[in-house]
Ligand binder design. Structure first.
Ligand SMILES: NC(=O)c1ccc[n+]([C@@H]2O[C@H](COP(=O)([O-])OP(=O)(O)OC[C@H]3O[C@@H](n4cnc5c(N)ncnc54)[C@H](OP(=O)(O)O)[C@@H]3O)[C@@H](O)[C@H]2O)c1
Length: 254
């Protein structure tokens, strides 16, 4: 008898990760929803759901989580942090912390899950990056660099895993002011910005919060991740959200 498929998702305490966990539960998958501080009340009670602690920057936490999780058919590396600031105002401690989560956390989780997928000759790794890697925006140099690194990592990895029938895919969400992303980003941002940048920074902040142009909602990302996991013909890069889909189409037409 074959077991139900299991997805492990990182960063399920809010935003895209939480909605993606809900989506896979609705579709009948077994879900391992991971969070730094586990909360049982965020998702519907279900025998198909396990909530496990996981900090993707901590090797011990990764090892324990995977021992507890059992076989994983799909890994979704969603956990991530943002940083919207002129480079001159970025503390290198915070830049390193961002890369630890966004880049090295993704690499470490993927490396830890791969042996079981290779041995079973089946599995999917989906890495959530961003549409800012398609068209650059200001004040996002450190963040964009981290997500572009994950794009390149994933595209190379996909080639090395193809002989084992293990797929790697990218989901590129657009701007989504409704998640906790902005609040979490502020934890890495210094209020002290050189005066020369202040007016421009304030303009960019207003544009980021603007709801009069198309944005991405968490359901868009959940559906894109679902497609990446379940459709073997899905493209390597899947834009998620009206803004990201339009940008991707415009770049393809150019
Ligand atoms: N919102 C946007 O505009 C946007 C656009 C494009 C791409 N993205 C990407 O989409 C992904 C999800 O973002 P979101 O908008 O849903 O933001 P969010 O609501 O802030 O969710 C981010 C999640 O990552 C978790 N996380 C952070 N550091 C972690 C760590 N070291 N270990 C484990 N989990 C950690 C957070 O958990 P805690 O509660 O423990 O902090 C939270 O659950 C991120 O990779 C982000 O870069 C976001």
């Amino acid at each position: 008898m074959s077991r139900a498929s299991t997805v492990l998702i990182t960063g399920c305490s809010s935003g895209f990760g939480l909605e993606t966990a809900r989506h896979f539960l609705d579709k009948g998958w077994r879900v391992v929803a991971t969070m730094r501080q586990p909360r049982e009340d965020l998702l519907p009670r279900s025998e198909a759901l396990r909530v496990l602690p996981l900090d993707v920057t901590d090797a011990g936490s990764i090892g324990q989580c995977l021992r507890d999780a059992g076989p994983i058919d799909a890994l979704v590396n969603n956990a991530g942090v943002g940083l919207l600031a002129p480079l001159e105002a970025v503390d290198m401690v915070n830049a390193r912390a961002l890369y630890e989560t966004n880049v090295l956390g993704t690499i470490a989780m993927t490396q830890a899950v791969l042996p079981q997928m290779r041995e079973r000759r089946s599995g999917v790794v989906v890495n959530v990056t961003s549409s800012v890697t398609l068209k650059s925006l200001p004040l996002l140099s450190v963040y964009t660099g981290s997500k572009a690194a994950v794009n390149a990592f994933t595209e190379s990895l996909a080639l090395e895993l193809a002989p084992f029938n293990v797929r790697a895919r990218l989901v590129l969400p657009g701007r989504s002011p409704s998640t906790s992303f902005g609040d979490n980003a502020r934890k890495l941002m210094s209020p002290d910005v050189p005066e020369a940048y202040v007016a421009f920074r304030d303009q960019v902040f207003a544009a980021v919060r603007d709801l009069s142009t198309p944005v991405t909602v968490a359901q868009d990302v959940a559906e894109a991740v679902w497609r990446a996991v379940t459709d073997p013909q899905a493209p390597m890069r899947i834009p998620a959200g009206a803004d990201a889909v339009a940008l991707s189409a415009a770049l393809a037409d150019a």
